[in-house]
Design a protein around this ligand. Structure first.
Ligand SMILES: Nc1nc2c(c(=O)[nH]1)N[C@H]1C(S)=C(S)[C@@H](COP(=O)(O)OP(=O)(O)OC[C@H]3O[C@@H](n4cnc5c(N)ncnc54)[C@H](O)[C@@H]3O)O[C@H]1N2
Ligand code: MOO
Length: 420
């Protein structure tokens, strides 16, 4: 859909030059952070994937009381010791007041006041008259209060993504709920009358590959996307586009669209954004593939900020736009730090793309720390993407030579999703 009217060609000619790829990412992140989503309380069972809105602190010392780390005997003074009782985990024990006395103690039990040592059960013996004997190890067999953390200590900063390890730590610190950023709500509008939503492509029509895939990518970036938030194909008319975007914006912080980013006869995204009064954060980026990508912002009368990310229609280009713009936007909206890109060593050369940043699909060999370009990487293809871990970044005016250390933009895969 590349036939331009004279007016459209003129618009394009007077449009500002595309943003550099890194500059575009930085700008989008900053705009997202300035519109960071509100903090809400969530129970531990409902925390996974959110982002801490406040630092995680401990509510008590950890451990909160002196805790036996073995099964054995809590003794006072010199042995052999007379048995005066037993303390199990979960009880508050009476103090050991007499020299030469002992209580049986379980791992995890609170150590009685007055204890001078703990003797492991397997290193103890019994005297003929039933007293306990043995030599306690020289190092303490219990954990001191505050050994892991002291009450009120900051363990993790605001902006930390919540994962299962953090949830467990929060529970051990005594939290029932935490303050996290509300999860971003995203919607997807698929543009393109030529798209089929089932069956094999034929007779000039291709399958919509983005409607099924993009929501899953968005969820991996922490978004909520309900099935009813995925709409399309939207009819190729301006009124249909305006109505679809307006309706999606009602319930979403971020509306992603696919296709229609150019200025062809049925590419309606730019006129739609104009009709809705959106302003561009980024409008085209000097990156290949995917350069027509854009991010626009709408501020409603009540000050609510929402975003429209225009992903190009070519399927791989849409994913390039997702990792390039949508990922840093969502990091900002969730109050997370700007994603830091890991580096890898190129195992094969990658061509440069002149003045454009080249994002080239690669498979990573994590053991060797190397990046290997994959095949089938045309912007209309998804075969290369399906075997890749991310994109190697070849900066403008450079080419990637074997042995170069280059940044990698990872795909938001879960551990184990690729078999390397
Ligand atoms: N005159 C020019 N034409 C084009 C240029 C250019 O520089 N000058 N750039 C090309 C590039 S690069 C891209 S990327 C596309 C971007 O165009 P749009 O975002 O307007 O996308 P469409 O025209 O709607 O579609 C492009 C292509 O992708 C297919 N498509 C669209 N949506 C889907 C989907 N959901 N699943 C699978 N495939 C999809 C669509 O059928 C087209 O083949 O513009 C080029 N043109
Ligand atoms: O830039 Mo297009 O986005 O190469 O496919």
């Amino acid at each position: 859909m590349s036939t331009e009217t004279a007016a459209q060609a003129e618009d394009r000619a007077t449009a500002p030059p595309p943003a550099g790829w890194e500059e575009a990412r930085a700008r989008v992140y900053a705009v997202g952070l300035s519109a960071a989503l509100p903090a809400v309380s969530r129970s531990l069972a409902d925390l996974d994937g959110h982002t801490l809105a406040e630092p995680l602190t401990t509510r008590t010392d950890l451990p909160a009381f002196p805790t036996s780390s073995v099964d054995g005997w809590a003794v006072r003074g010199e042995g052999p010791w007379r048995v005066v009782g037993r303390v199990l985990a979960g009880n508050r024990p009476a103090p050991l007041t007499e020299e030469g006395s002992t209580v049986e103690i379980a791992t995890g039990a609170m150590v009685p006041e007055g204890t001078t040592a703990i003797l492991r059960v397997e290193e103890s013996t019994r005297t003929g008259d039933g007293r306990v004997d043995g030599t306690p190890r020289p190092t303490p067999e219990w954990r001191e209060p505050g050994e892991e953390a002291y009450s009120g200590e900051e363990l993790l900063p605001a902006g930390t993504p919540v994962d299962p390890a953090l949830i467990g730590l929060a529970a051990s610190c005594g939290h029932d709920t935490l303050r996290v950023r509300r999860a971003p709500r995203a919607a997807l509008l698929v543009f393109g009358d030529e798209l089929l939503t089932k069956g094999p492509p034929a007779a000039g029509r291709v399958r919509d590959a983005l409607g099924p895939a993009v929501p899953a990518w968005l969820r991996r970036y922490g978004c909520q996307v309900r099935p009813s938030d995925v709409v399309g194909p939207v009819a190729d008319t301006l009124p249909a586009h305006v109505a679809a975007v307006r309706s999606a914006l009602a319930g979403a912080d971020l509306v992603c669209t696919t296709g229609g980013t150019m200025h062809g006869p049925v590419d309606h995204l730019h006129p739609t954004l104009a009709a809705l009064g959106a302003d561009y954060v980024v409008n085209t980026v000097a990156v290949r593939p995917g350069f027509p990508m854009l991010l626009a912002r709408l501020v409603s009368d009540d000050g609510r900020v929402r975003f429209v990310a225009g992903l190009p229609g070519n399927p791989q280009s849409a994913i390039v736009a997702l990792v390039s713009l949508v990922a840093p936007l969502l990091a900002g909206l969730q109050g997370r730090p700007m994603p830091v890109l890991p580096h890898a060593t190129l195992a094969e050369p990658i061509a440069g793309r002149g003045d454009y940043t080249h994002l080239a699909l690669v498979r990573l060999d994590r053991a060797a720390g190397t990046a290997h370009p994959v095949r089938h990487v045309g912007s209309a293809m998804l075969r290369g993407l399906a075997g890749a871990d991310g994109f190697a970044v070849v900066r403008p005016g450079t080419t990637g030579a074997v042995g170069d250390r280059v940044p990698i933009v990872p795909l938001p895969l879960l551990p184990g999703e690729r078999s390397w």
